[in-house]
Ligand binder design. Structure first.
Ligand code: NAI
Length: 318
């Protein structure tokens, strides 16, 4: 089928590829011609005790099917070693899928430094380390495709997951900035927010929901975003069970406090409904089209055109 996207000659590094979503990606990329580094530290869902078995199993599966893959057993915390494995085995790296992850859920009142640190290390700091190690290769070859894996908890927050949602939200910022720094080198970076049946979710979701959340439903979006023909970058995509959507920031049109008015807490209170009104004229700013505060302020206060003219007063000037 000539419409199939292929990855011949490309090298894909997939972290946490021994189970769940990562395993699905690894098998797919290998079946479409890529050489794959199957990284997995082989830990339990909470991050305990490492083992080589999950990575080895996936590599065996790929090789039996005639594909190319090597295992890497390092924790993503040692990201540079994972990229080293790619360079040693295949001489290059083209695709990095930051996917490895664990959970340490606790209500905030009981959150310890240890639980905070391990989640931020495995998710956010390790995505930094793996990606930074790949970055010089990407720049040199003027090509790179990066995926960050956030979560609905990272986008919206979740009760009992302050550590996880903070780390996962950080990945969105990391990806957004990388998409800007990578643009001139044909390096793209996108973030996915998936839901899938895996050992991370089997205890928290209903059987009915799990039955429609096949990890394979997340794969097509990831395969699309990492293909050489696609230069989408800086995106955030929600994907689950056959639903694929694009998410973005929305700001209300907002209130502009004009020249000769006073911006006080009481004035904010008075206009709070307007500040929080998304129905009329809401904006969708992004880094290419940020909110132009300066123009707003110029119109509102004529500060630039008439320095002697009326100006916005603040609370402490009243
Ligand atoms: P999973 O538990 O099936 O697979 C994760 C893999 O990562 C495991 O094989 C584990 O050994 C590996 N891993 C954990 N810590 C590692 C480390 N320090 N170094 C290397 N490998 C390590 O989980 P699943 O569901 O496939 O999750 C994949 C990613 O998707 C995670 O980042 C998770 O937070 C994220 N995610 C998953 C959702 C879901 O519904 N399954 C929802 C939202 C996000």
């Amino acid at each position: 089928d000539s419409s199939k996207l292929r990855y011949d000659g490309r090298v894909a590094v997939i972290t946490g590829a021994g189970n769940g979503l990562g395993r699905t990606y690894a098998l797919h990329f290998a079946s479409r011609g890529a050489s794959v580094v199957v990284n997995d530290f082989g830990v339990a869902a909470q991050g305990e005790t490492g083992s080589a078995t999950p990575a080895d199993k996936v590599v065996q599966e790929i090789i039996s099917a005639g594909g190319k893959a090597v295992p890497n057993y390092d924790s993503v915390e040692n990201g540079e070693r994972i990229i080293e494995t790619a360079i040693k085995a295949f001489g290059r790296v083209d695709i990095v899928i930051n996917n490895a992850g664990i959970l340490r859920d606790k209500s905030f009142a009981k959150m310890t430094d240890k639980e905070w640190d391990i989640i931020n290390n495995v998710h956010l700091n390790s995505a930094f380390k793996v990606t930074r190690a790949a970055w010089p290769h990407f720049r040199k070859q003027h090509y790179g495709r990066i995926i960050m894996t956030t979560s609905p908890a990272g986008v919206y927050g979740n009760f009992g997951q302050t550590n996880y949602s903070a780390a996962k939200h950080g990945l969105i910022g990391l990806s957004d900035s990388l998409s800007q720094e990578g643009a001139k080198y044909n390096i793209t970076s996108n973030t996915i927010s998936p839901l899938a049946a895996s050992r991370l979710t089997e205890t928290v979701m209903t059987k009915e929901l799990l039955s429609v959340l096949d990890p394979k439903s997340v794969l097509p979006l990831v395969a699309y975003l990492t293909h050489e023909s696609v230069n989408v970058s800086g995106g955030l995509f929600e994907v689950a069970g056959g639903y694929v959507s694009s998410a973005r920031w929305e700001c209300s049109k907002g209130a502009v406090f004009k020249a000769d008015q006073t911006l006080t807490p009481a004035a904010v209170k008075q206009r709070y409904n307007e500040i929080n009104d998304f129905k009329v004229g809401a904006l969708h700013p992004n880094f290419k089209n940020p909110i132009d505060y300066l123009t707003l302020m110029k119109q509102a206060t004529q500060v630039k055109s008439n320095p002697q003219g009326p100006a916005l007063r603040y609370d402490d000037q009243v």
